[in-house]
Design a protein around this ligand. Structure first.
Ligand SMILES: *[C@@H]1O[C@H](CO)[C@@H](O)[C@H](O)[C@H]1NC(C)=O
Ligand SMILES: *[C@@H]1O[C@H](CO)[C@@H](O)[C@H](O)[C@H]1NC(C)=O
Length: 315
């Protein structure tokens, strides 16, 4: 009798060490980070798992803890759908591994979960979760304004970029001659509420003096200049000093550069403003003259020194 119990325990231990037969392994969820809202848009949510030969008992999908899709192979019909407000599940493309949701709206943003259960005797169950944001993009392209359309060396050019309301608030990136130079990041978690928000970014571009440039103080902002923005309210646009991005530009050799801003939402929305071209006021004869005159001064003082030396030597 005792022997039998020991054997039973040993068997169970081996069974556990082995990870068991009829167990559930490698559950992974694959949900797009963001999808566009509206008609004709859809999201395919996938769940993959290894039942190690056991039968599937059920797969259930939840949005923020509320079940909206269930697949139980033993039942007839195997699928059950619970309505998601506004959206619907496309049954023709939903099964024991995936579920396709069509016509989502931004209120359906949140954490999506997939729960898989193996069949008897163990009903081993596992659950995985991933966030999905349903995006309402801004209606128009970002709007760019600049303080002046031309520059002299040593000038500071100010530029503003504003983006219409969207969900979630877009990030704004600045491109100078198509190179990314700075960005304003909307850091508020998009899942706290479903409000649309605008975005705003302000940059100051200092154009270096020719003299600094020659002295070897040639630097452009090495790492990407970045500010974080809670949210931007149109009628309360008092930007704080710290929110202004800054960039120092070596005067471009061809006397002009282009500037534009881009609004982005994850990897599914990106829209550029119209670019502006900023030209140097006039060719820069001053620096050339100064170079010449200083050269002349230097050579004349050299001559004076030489004359003095020769006078000294002849004495
Ligand atoms: C940028 O926006 C600020 C704050 O609204 C405003 O004071 C400033 O004049 C604007 N500058 C440009 C170049 O549009
Ligand atoms: C904005 O940029 C940050 C930092 O790169 C990123 O984590 C975030 O997901 C972006 N937000 C949006 C709405 O694209």
């Amino acid at each position: 009798m005792k022997m039998k119990r020991i054997c039973h325990l040993l068997f169970r231990m081996l069974f556990l060490l082995d990870g068991g037969v009829w167990s559930l392994k490698d559950l992974t969820i694959s949900v797009p980070r963001a999808v566009l809202s509206g008609d004709g848009q859809s999201a395919v949510l996938r769940c993959s798992y290894d039942l190690e030969g056991a039968a599937l008992y059920s797969i259930k999908w939840y949005r923020a803890e509320t079940e909206f899709y269930r697949f139980v192979p033993r039942e007839m019909p195997p699928t059950m759908v619970f309505p998601l407000p506004g959206a619907s599940v496309d049954l023709t493309q939903s099964d024991h591994q995936q579920v396709r949701i069509v016509n989502m709206n931004r209120h359906l943003s949140g954490d999506y979960q997939c729960e898989v259960s193996a069949d008897a005797p163990l009903f081993h169950t596992d659950i995985e979760s991933a966030p999905l944001t349903v995006v309402d993009p801004p209606f128009r392209a970002p709007h760019l304004t600049i303080s002046r359309g031309s520059y002299a060396r040593g000038d500071v050019i100010r530029a503003n970029c504003s983006v219409d309301e969207a969900y979630p608030a877009p990030n704004i990136t600045w491109l100078l001659d198509e190179n990314k130079i700075a960005e304003t990041v909307s850091w508020r978690s998009p899942d706290l509420d479903f409000k649309e928000r605008g975005a705003f970014s302000q940059i100051e571009i200092s154009i270096m003096e020719a003299e600094h440039y020659k002295m070897g103080l040639t630097y452009t902002s090495a790492s990407l200049n970045r500010v974080y923005q809670d949210h931007y309210v149109y009628d309360n646009a008092d930007m704080e000093e710290k929110d202004i991005l800054r960039y120092t530009l070596t005067p471009p050799t061809d006397g002009q550069f282009s500037l534009c801003c881009v609004a982005t939402i994850y990897d599914i929305y990106a829209r550029k403003s119209d670019p502006v071209f900023i030209k140097e006021d006039a060719p820069h004869p001053a620096s050339v003259t100064r170079e010449d005159s200083s050269g002349t001064i230097r050579s004349s003082s050299l001559i004076v020194t030489l004359v003095c030396l020769s006078i000294l030597l002849t004495l």
